[in-house]
Design a protein around this ligand. Structure first.
Ligand code: PLP
Length: 385
């Protein structure tokens, strides 16, 4: 495309790393290599059977093919509210505090476009999910990175953040991707206090709350209705429904109403059978989460074996769908090390630098490959050692 046609708001926003890398992997595969992709957080496990049944039954509903409400069907909002009650022990008003979405990623853009003006300051974690920065830039805002590293246990340094003036919005993401750091009641209480003190909107992006965690924590647990806090959540990881595109924004009702003004001009609601399927997912018993976690635990053990074989190490306690791995000091940069893994063993593991400069010494394994793949990786490495 001719560069001069590109809108100014896209300047500084690159093509999404994984979309570029997938093309390269496709080329390698075409050339006869069998690249094992250990990078992408798209669950290979199946959604619950109840979800597929509800989708099929939903197709028979008389208005299944019609436009649906921008706020989703009431039963879906109610199912989200009771899911939060059951697992996060907090109550949400389904009509005012719950807004279904086509995934949490969509929510990041909606929030940015609805609440940010040109040059507003936005706090974004480094390392962190790249979409926070990209959406902020597209909205014309100024991105200020806050550092998460071993020294601060991957938690925001509130003393440092206190000094900043005129910040409008802060992104947090606990359990944190890519480092696997879990949130805690104490952290979320501090964040709510910080939001009150500084008048900052704080959004917690929480799609990993069910993966290898002991309990579900939420930023909304300690808030009052008027607090400027929001939370994104998603069925992509908790129910293996990444491609189904279901998530939600919950929290401050006035902010949600504002976001709806933007969202209702973007989409025309979700496909009703998918909403029915989402309700079935949300009604799954606790044993559903136990079952997927027992598989992830086995996979994690294999990754730890691989981490040892390639002379890397794990330096913090981790939950979630990834293993954040520090490279050996003899390899100076994660990008070069990731290239080496691709070249030598035909395995793709993204360098931590994709998630920010603080990731320069790390690579990130995803747990979304099954056991034969991990065994094959181990064989490939052992054969060459
Ligand atoms: C931190 C984080 N937020 C959001 C998303 C996107 O989730 P969804 O599929 O709900 O859009 C991802 C996906 O990888 C993620 O890692």
């Amino acid at each position: 495309m001719v560069d001069s046609l590109k809108s100014k708001r896209l300047s500084g926003v690159g093509e999404y790393y994984f979309s570029k890398k997938l093309k390269q992997i496709e080329e390698l595969n075409k050339a006869g290599h069998q690249v094992l992709n250990l990078g992408i957080g798209s669950p290979d496990l199946k959604p619950p059977q109840s979800v597929q049944d509800a989708l099929i039954a939903g197709l028979e509903e008389s208005n299944a093919n019609q436009y649906q409400s921008y706020k989703g069907i009431p039963e879906l909002r109610e199912a989200f509210a009771s899911w939060y009650q059951t697992y996060f022990d907090l109550s949400l008003n389904p009509d005012q505090e719950v807004l279904p979405l086509i995934g949490s990623k969509e929510g990041i853009m909606h929030i940015s476009m609805s609440l940010l003006n040109e040059r507003d300051k936005v706090l974004v974690p480094n390392p962190g999910y790249p979409t926070y920065g990209a959406a902020s830039k597209i909205a014309g805002a100024e991105v200020i990175h806050y550092t998460l590293n071993e020294n601060n246990n991957y938690l925001p340094d509130f003393d440092e953040l206190e000094l900043l003036e005129n910040v409008k919005l802060m992104w947090v993401n606990y359990p944190h991707m890519p480092t696997g750091t879990d949130g805690s009641e104490e952290l979320f209480q501090r964040l709510v206090n910080f939001s009150r003190k500084k008048g900052i909107i704080i959004v917690n992006d929480n799609p990993y709350g069910f993966i290898l965690t002991n309990e579900q924590n939420s930023l909304l647990k300690h808030r009052h209705e008027s607090d400027l806090v929001l939370e994104l959540n998603s069925l992509s990881k908790s129910h293996n429904m990444a491609g189904w595109r279901v998530g939600l924004i919950s929290g401050n009702p006035d902010l949600i109403q504002t976001i709806l003004t933007f969202k209702s001009n973007m989409d025309s609601g979700q496909f009703k059978p998918i909403m029915r399927a989402a309700i079935a997912a949300l009604n799954e018993p606790k044993s559903w989460y136990d079952q997927i976690n027992s598989e992830y635990r086995k996979r994690r053990e294999k990754v730890l074996e691989i981490v040892d074989l390639i002379d890397c190490k794990i330096t913090n306690k981790q939950v979630g769908m990834f293993v954040w791995t520090k490279i050996s000091t003899k390899h100076q940069q994660a990008e070069l090390f990731a290239d080496h893994l691709l070249e030598e063993y035909k395995i793709f593991v993204p360098p931590g630098s994709v998630f920010g400069s603080e990731g320069g010494q790390y690579i990130r394994f995803s747990l979304c490959s099954d056991m034969p793949v991990w065994n094959e990786v181990i064989n490939r490495i052992k054969e060459k050692k």
